[in-house]
Design a protein around this ligand. Structure first.
Ligand code: ATP
Length: 501
């Protein structure tokens, strides 16, 4: 019916305009105002404005994704999952907590680096509590028009309640990703629009009557907790904080197994090795590794993923895609010596730690050495950091030894070395003692920095000079093969060392 009215309207408007022109009325301002109004309406509809939460737009389609994900499909994060489930039990056992007079939970804050599974946790929470699941991102509430963000917050809560009633559920979980976008500290010269949006969120949270169904629980995620306004964090709002951190080795293995479920692995492939080599990777990056490995297998027409596919996939996720940068021959040789410098020192200070030496360009790097951390490390001794600095300096030291001078290829290594020295200073591991940066002069810092780096550079050069044999044995093979696995490099290394002994 409404369609018929619309068509009649569309037909009537031009006839009416022609009639006005016939009467001698200037219709240009009318046309201009209607065009402006039309485009404003269109923008509000397509950008997920009020219309989106009521009917169309992106957010709706995201919300309609069934929340059938369970906690079993989230690898690692055992502590975070346990804490979250405990908190969710409050929602499920609401009668019991009422008897004890416990204040029900309104908001949960998940904090941690990107890609660690915060969204997955929220979805699993909805499944666990048999709730309606609604998701939005902080940036969706940001608009140039004052009041639009606040009205979107209102609509989100309204829609969550309506959907829970319609679907016959007792609970609704609203997940707000990137809460820091709207929940940043308000006194820090913030904008009025952000303030209004945050105020609306606080009002909605205060208005949650946790005793009446549908009960609403808000789960928010951020990786910048320190930015959040204290009003958001006070008791009764987001007063439960759960850290969702980067996975340890056991967690990485569990995540790899989850994402390998639908992918064929060749016989003998072990995900243990991949878990070993991916220290510091997030769940999203681990998923990326398996996906890239499957792509490499397909490119080679292989029916299953083999270990080298996984190795290349780790490099791809870590460094970027292989590039076609054609290096001049002299340059490639220099890169080979540079990388061998890193690898030899690594093998000397931490035997068995080199996992791959490469001289084919990938991402921005012309070559690189991938290391196996012996185990996940969270505490570092002075000796350990010094070894790491020597590994970083190994490239420049090798170039000096072979060519008598360095190149710009060591810039990144020096940046790493400097940051490690800074870490040593802040941790009281240098001859400056336990210091606050404010207590010492810039000159003192520079002097200590130079003393540490010069001494370590000297030690590095000496160690490399004693291993000239290894350079001679491995250089030609590295130039030809472009990639040496850790095991191949160790065979060459051991052969050269025993020869010179
Ligand atoms: P962001 O902070 O960037 O929004 P996030 O922490 O919400 O990230 P998710 O969106 O939950 O991260 O994860 C992204 C993808 O990474 C998931 O779809 C999944 O494929 C994978 N992933 C991340 N963590 C895990 C995990 N613990 N187990 C299984 N898969 C994971």
């Amino acid at each position: 019916m409404s369609k018929i009215y619309k068509e009649i309207g569309i037909g009537f408007i031009p006839v009416f305009l022609v009639f006005l022109v016939f009467l001698g009325v200037n219709v240009i301002p009318i046309l201009f105002v209607s065009a402006l109004g039309g485009s404003l309406l269109y923008m509000m509809k397509t950008r997920g404005g009020i219309g989106a939460s009521a009917g169309g737009g992106d957010r709706k389609s995201k919300n309609r994704t069934p929340a059938f994900l369970t906690f079993d499909e989230i690898g690692g994060q055992d502590r975070a999952k346990k804490e979250l489930m405990e908190a969710l039990d409050f929602l499920i056992k609401h009668e019991e907590i009422k008897k004890l007079g416990i204040r029900p939970l309104k908001g949960l804050l998940l904090t941690g680096p990107p890609g660690t599974g915060k969204t997955l946790m929220a979805k699993a929470a909805a499944h666990y509590t048999n709730s309606v699941f609604m998701a939005a991102s902080g940036s969706e509430f940001v608009e140039m028009y004052v009041g639009v963000g606040a009205s979107r917050v209102r609509d989100l809560f309204k829609e969550a309640r309506a959907r829970a009633v319609k679907e016959g559920k007792d609970n609704a979980i609203i997940f707000i990703d990137e809460i820091d976008v709207i929940g940043g500290k308000r006194d820090a010269g913030g904008q009025r629009e952000y303030d209004q949006t945050l105020n609306q969120l606080l009002t909605e949270m205060d208005g949650i009557h946790t005793n009446d169904a549908p009960r609403i629980l808000i789960i928010a995620a951020t990786n910048r907790k320190e930015m959040l306004d204290s009003a958001l964090l006070r008791p009764g709002r987001f007063d439960r904080h759960i850290e969702v951190d980067l996975p340890d080795k056991k967690g990485r293995l569990a995540i790899l197994h989850i994402h390998a479920k639908n992918k064929p692995l060749a016989e003998g492939v072990t995900l243990e090795q991949t878990a070993d080599q991916t220290f510091g990777f997030s769940g999203a990056q681990l998923e990326g590794v398996l996906n890239e490995a499957a792509i490499y297998a397909m490119r080679e027409d292989k029916p299953a993923i083999e270990q080298p596919h996984l190795a290349s996939a780790i490099d791809k996720v870590m460094m970027g895609e292989r590039t076609d940068k054609e290096t001049a021959n002299g340059e490639k040789e220099r890169v080979a010596y540079h990388e061998l410098g890193h690898a030899i020192i690594a093998e000397l200070v931490r035997p068995g730690s080199v996992s791959q030496v490469t001289v084919s360009p990938r991402g921005k790097a012309l070559g690189y050495v991938r290391h196996n951390p012996p185990q996940d490390h969270y505490l570092y001794t002075k000796d350990y950091i010094e070894d790491q600095i020597m590994i970083a300096l190994g490239g420049a030291a090798a170039e000096e030894m072979i060519y008598g001078g360095r190149s710009t290829g060591s810039r990144n290594d020096f940046e790493q070395s400097l940051s490690m020295v800074r870490n040593m200073m802040d941790a009281g591991l240098t001859s400056l003692g336990i210091i606050d940066r404010e207590m010492v002069t810039k000159e003192q810092l520079m002097k200590e920095n130079a003393a540490i780096l010069d001494a370590l550079m000297l030690r590095t050069k000496k160690m490399l000079d004693e291993q000239r044999n290894v350079f001679e044995h491995s250089f030609a093979i590295l130039m030809k093969e472009e990639v040496l696995s850790g095991d191949t490099f160790r065979t060459l290394f051991d052969a050269s060392v025993s020869q010179s002994a």
